[in-house]
Each structure stands twice: as C-alpha cells, then as structure tokens.
Design a protein around this ligand. Structure first.
Ligand code: SF4
Length: 343
C-alpha cells in the first residue's frame, strides 16, 4: 500500500462539531411508553425504523432492524414502507435516500454527522483523482453522497476486500477515506497498488495497541476482535504476523462480522475493539459469553444524538427529511449499486 501523504499527519478535527452526549434519566416505564409510541407512529406512518449497532440500547430495542451500514442499506432497498427513519448518521440516511428515491427518509437529529465522512470533500477527491489518472476510486460508505458521486465503487467494512478484489490487479486503487481500513484491505487482497487517503474516525482512532495488550495480559485466552477502522490495526496486524499477538485469535471484523464470528467461535471471552453500542447486541445474543471493550471511552457522540424523543418527534412531524440532489444521487447510485451487487 502506498499513500501520497504517508509522511504527513493530517488532522481533520476542525471540520466538525462534536455534539455533547446527553445522559438520559428516563425510568424503565418511561422508556417502555416512548417505545410504544414509536411503534404506534411507525404503524400510522407506514414507517420502518432502521438502527445502527452504535445506537443507544433503547433505540436498538424498538427498531425494525439493527445492523451495520451494509445490511441497513440492503434492508432499505427492500422495504415497502413509505417512510424510513434512520437511527444512524447522515451518510446512512443519504444512502437510503439515494437507494429509495420514492420514500421519505428521516434523520431524527441533523447533528448526527461522522468525523470520517467529514475527512474528505468532493473537491479534495477531484484533486486526488487528477494526481492519480486512471486509478479506480473505492469510497467507504462513510462518505457524503457528493463524494460517492465522484467514486467508481462504494464499500463497507464488511465487503471492502471483496469490492477491491473485484478490480483488475493491474489497476491502481484510490481507497478513501479511512487509512486504517485501507491497510487491512491491502493486507487481505495482497495488493501493493492501493493508495490510501489519510482520513480516520475519531472514535476508532483512539483504540490503541497498548489497550489490546493490556486486555490480553489480563485474559490470556481472550479472542481479539478489532474493527478495521481502529487506530491499532496496522500495528496489531504486524504483531499478529510476528507472533507478538496470537495470530489464531486476532480478527479484523466489521460489526456484523463480529456478531457472526462470536456465534461460531468456541471462545467465551472476547476483546471488542469498536464503538461501545455493539455491546448491547452482543450481550443480548450471547449472554453466556463475556465481552471486554478495548477502549471503554469509544463512544460516538454523533450516533448518540438519536434518542427516543427525537425519533418520536421525527415520526410526528415527518422531519428532518434527508434529500440528495438528483444529479448527485444519480452518479452516487452507480457506486452504491456496485457495492450492493458485491455484498
Ligand atoms: S463511529 Fe466513527 S465512523 Fe462511525 S459514525 Fe461515528 S464518527 Fe463516523
């Protein structure tokens, strides 16, 4: 893998405003009543509520589907509901709006952005394309619709290697915006012609090798499940290769991949390197197994803006609606369709 900026550390923090994570004090009874209201409104509006794994537990509990970006996109593509409420972040709602142009797509809080998506603009991508004529552009789903419109393929962490593997081996691939996922894909596809854009997710970047090592020393038989966006992936991959980390117990997986892997693994203890919201589904599905977050502070403030109150208000008012300009949607859809074909 190569990177045109490999010696330059770029900071993207100035590009977004992190919302404050509200601590809610609803009682169990209040939560139950709000969830009932959500279900009643969904029925009234012929709406479907789609929730990402990083959402608050009470929102996950009331959703029609809880999944990663890829599966949520597939669910959006198949639904016959009139309204899609996205309990996720802005690029996910945009993707649903592009796939389902005849539906009303709601994002209950427009502050739900994404630091990773903010790290590349369409203007920057056009500059990179001009520097790398002939390169095939693969954009992670965590990008704006305008960036997808400039891309040849879209992918998620669940199918990135498959998408890149489908590109002829002699073509240079410009992979963006996540530099850590790019390094995992380069390793998985054994390609040396992947140029990585230097973006990152501010949450996953804080998941570091020393935290992984600490868990391993406290729990010697633990399996290490690391999201490919994590700041530790390059180092952990190298350590797994040289035997510093147990190669047979170190896995780089999407959130859906983690859920699947745990179900198939005989192990009982897992270090989970991703946003903490996933622990809700893990604990629910595999109550007999034990999960330890690699970084207990890995919380996405953008995801946590979505509350039951905001979902209710959104269903009542049918706002805020996410729309994508037609020309951008048409171009972005090519890249998204290719991703869905290779899912
Ligand atoms: S966890 Fe990171 S990549 Fe995911 S939505 Fe939050 S900021 Fe974006």
């Amino acid at each position: 893998m190569s990177s045109a900026t490999e010696l330059v550390e770029i900071s993207f923090e100035g590009r977004y405003t992190l919302p404050e994570v509200e601590i809610l004090s609803d009682t169990a009874e209040e939560i139950r009543r709000k969830q009932e209201r959500v279900r009643a409104l969904c029925a009234e509006r012929n709406a479907i509520l789609l929730a990402h794994h990083y959402q608050r537990p009470e929102v996950q509990e009331v959703a029609d589907a809880v999944a990663d970006s890829l599966r949520l996109s597939q669910t959006a593509a198949k639904t016959d509901a009139d309204v899609i409420v996205f309990a996720g972040v802005h690029f996910m709602a945009e993707t649903a709006a592009i796939i389902c142009p005849d539906k009303r797509v709601l994002l209950p809080d427009l502050r739900a952005g994404c630091s990773l998506a903010a790290s590349v603009t369409p203007e920057e991508l056009r500059e990179w394309k001009a520097r790398l004529p002939g390169a095939v552009v693969v954009s992670y789903i965590n990008t704006s619709a305008a960036v997808k419109a400039e891309s040849d393929y879209c992918c998620t962490s669940a199918n990135a290697a498959k998408v890149v593997g489908a590109i002829p081996a002699d073509r240079t691939v410009l992979f963006l915006p996540d530099q850590f996922l790019a390094s995992v894909v380069a390793r998985q596809t054994r390609r040396s012609n992947i140029v990585a854009y230097p973006g990152y997710c501010h949450v996953h970047k804080t998941i570091q090798p020393d935290q992984v090592a600490g868990l391993l020393s406290d729990h010697p038989d633990i399996e290490l499940l690391l999201h490919p966006e994590c700041g530790c992936v390059s180092s952990c991959m190298a350590k797994a290769m040289d035997g510093t980390l147990p190669q047979d117990r170190t896995f780089f997986l999407s959130t859906e991949g983690m859920l699947r892997h745990i179900g198939e693994s005989p192990a009982t203890e897992f270090a989970v390197g991703t946003e903490l919201g996933i622990l809700h589904q893990l604990g629910k599905k595999y109550s007999q197994k034990r999960f330890y977050p690699v970084n207990e502070k890995a919380v996405c403030a953008f995801m946590k803006t979505i509350t039951l109150d905001r979902v209710i208000r959104s269903l009542e008012t049918l706002e805020p609606q996410v729309r994508v300009p037609e020309e951008i949607a048409r171009k972005a859809k090519r890249a998204i369709d290719r991703m869905l074909e290779l899912a």
